[in-house]
Design a protein around this ligand. Structure first.
Ligand SMILES: Nc1ncnc2c1ncn2[C@@H]1O[C@H](COP(=O)(O)OP(=O)(O)OP(=O)(O)O)[C@@H](O)[C@H]1O
Length: 546
């Protein structure tokens, strides 16, 4: 009786009611326990409520008015940001729209929208296994038309089976675009020629001698389509030329690049050879590049071979080079309104970092500021504490350096000098652009996710221009504090050598290189870079972007 009252309170789903009544009619089912269990489950309030929710959601889902106009809005947002970034300097409205669209709440809202629009919330279940006769092998026949373009696939002999298999499919190449050939597919015939027992070299000869259409008979691999394009971008920290690489499996498939190039890594599934495209050449076919592991091994091997005869191992007391520079993962760092990245001018002593820094501050002292450095040297007559320097006791500064409170520091004639992290932070927090011109060894301590510095290498021009510009400007040597004199020839030469060494050791860390020949031009370039940083996204270590 009680059951009947409760049941009548519930608005049963019609399909569920029908199932329950069918169950009651199936009295001839032998196992009573199973029927009781099923009955209890079907009559439970929870299941009924779930079915009702499902019916409502399904009904709403069918409503065309709720269909998303767009399911890639986040992508569109990035495209709009890219467009706007080129016009920010022209128009204040552009600038405002650019800053508004960078808001992380807005971006996450669009990500959530796209996930729903693409119905990305359903669990991805593996495909149900299809029962197949084990002896039966599916064979596919693939026809490709031979053109001047390479096939974009490499083959190898499988170590275990001795069969010829597809080793690699180059992203964007002819084989990839056909969508018909996959890594691991076994090659049985090429143009009706059986390749059993043949070497990859023999197969290549068959391919080279074929004209027009090439027909492959293949046994498909189990994991076809397993290659998925990754989104990883890296900045190369070394130059690479496949033409002079004796180990690359196929020189034509290689991708040449230079230190500083941003590469889009499209496949990393091979331990030694990654596939990549240059970031600014999006439509191009991907090429092979050495993997991080392979490149690390090569560098270590080269170092032991050279055994201390090169720039790298000399003067180790002076420099500490990043152990092994291969690739650094990068992402686009968008400017944030009112929060400016510190501008750090690095260069050989005497090259003109301070001159450029002073000019930048003089151009807009409200906006560009440099922190007052700390020192342990005694105050000189005419100096004011907190204006030229913040004067501190040696013990205090030693302790603060030890505690990591200085972003850079050094010792000169027995006294410590340095810039505190706090003073940089307070300039940034005040909405100003912090400009620093520290010693080059400070790169390592400055280059952190907290500071996110924009590093500029101020380089000297060629020797004759260096001499001419400094002589004409009556430049004062910075190597002799006691006497105001001009630079000597030796000092000019040292400046160039020092710049080469900075480039060798830290070149991959710089965002921009700026040649300080004619001062007016160098300053103009500096201003342009500073403006670009305020208005455009710039590649930075991906750790800084998260
Ligand atoms: N492009 C240039 N043309 C002519 N003179 C220049 C140029 N750049 C800098 N100078 C002059 O060279 C001298 C040294 O410059 P600056 O003090 O800026 O060097 P620095 O890189 O800061 O050196 P240090 O690290 O040794 O202090 C100054 O007299 C400066 O005016």
């Amino acid at each position: 009786m009680l059951e009947a009252v409760m049941a009548s309170d519930i608005n049963w789903d019609p399909a569920l009611s029908k199932l329950i009544s069918t169950l009651k009619e199936s009295e001839n089912l032998s196992n009573d326990q199973e029927i009781d269990f099923l009955k209890a489950l079907l009559e439970s309030k929870e299941l009924n409520a779930l079915v009702n929710v499902h019916t409502k959601v399904a009904k709403v889902g069918r409503d065309d008015r709720l269909a998303p106009v767009l399911s890639t809005s986040a992508q569109v947002l990035y495209e709009v940001l890219e467009q706007l970034s080129q016009h920010c300097h022209l128009n204040d409205d552009c600038k405002e729209a650019f800053h508004l669209l960078q808001d992380s709440h807005l971006q996450h809202l669009l990500f959530a929208h796209d996930a729903i629009a693409q119905k990305d919330f359903y669990p991805h279940l593996p495909e149900a296994p299809v029962e197949m006769d084990e002896d039966e092998e599916t064979i596919k026949i693939v026809q490709l038309v031979k053109s001047n373009e390479p096939l974009g696939a490499t083959i190898k002999t499988d170590e275990e089976s001795g069969k010829i298999i597809i080793a690699r499919i180059m992203h964007g190449g002819a084989a990839d675009r056909s969508g018909l050939i996959h890594v691991g597919d076994e090659v049985i015939e090429v143009n009706n020629i059986n390749v059993e027992g043949k070497t990859p070299g023999d197969v290549l000869t068959i391919l080279q001698n074929s004209e027009g259409t090439i027909t492959f008979k293949l046994v498909p691999a189990d994991n076809k389509g397993a290659q998925r394009e990754s989104k990883v971008r890296v900045r190369a920290h070394f130059d690479y030329n496949p033409d002079v690489d004796p180990y690359i499996p196929c020189k034509e498939a290689g991708l040449a690049f230079q230190r500083g190039d941003v590469l889009h890594i499209v496949a990393q599934d091979d331990a030694y050879w990654w596939q990549a495209r240059k970031e600014h050449e999006r439509s191009a076919r991907a090429g092979l590049i050495p993997s991080r592991a392979l490149q690390e091994r090569r560098i270590l091997h080269d170092r032991t071979q050279k055994n201390g005869t090169d720039l790298d191992s000399k003067q180790n007391d002076d420099f500490d080079r990043e152990q092994i520079a291969t690739y650094e993962e990068v992402a686009k760092l968008y400017p944030r309104p009112g929060v400016f990245r510190p501008i750090v001018l690095i260069g050989a002593p005497g090259v003109g970092r301070n001159e450029l820094r002073r000019r930048l501050i003089a151009r807009d002292p409200e906006k560009f500021r440099s922190p007052v450095p700390y020192t342990t040297r005694p105050m000189r007559t005419g100096e004011v504490a907190g204006r030229e320097y913040i004067f501190v006791a040696r013990e205090k500064m030693d302790a603060d350096i030890e505690a990591g409170k200085f972003v850079e520091h050094g010792e000169y004639k027995g006294h410590l000098y340095g810039t505190s992290a706090e003073s940089v932070k307070s300039i940034v927090n005040a909405g100003c652009v912090c400009v620093l011109s520290p010693h080059y060894q400070a790169i390592k301590t400055l280059r952190t996710a907290q500071l996110k510095p924009f590093l500029i290498h101020v380089k000297p021009p060629e020797l004759d221009i260096l001499k001419a510009t400094r002589t004409e400007a009556r430049a004062k040597s910075t190597f002799d504090e006691a006497n105001a004199r001009s630079f000597t020839d030796e000092e000019f030469e040292d400046m160039i050598k020092s710049a080469e060494r900075i480039d060798f050791l830290y070149g991959h860390f710089f965002d921009v290189e700026l040649v300080n020949g004619e001062l007016v031009n160098a300053f103009e370039q500096l201003v342009q870079n500073v403006q670009r940083l305020e208005n455009e996204p710039v590649w930075a270590p991906s750790m800084w972007v998260q």
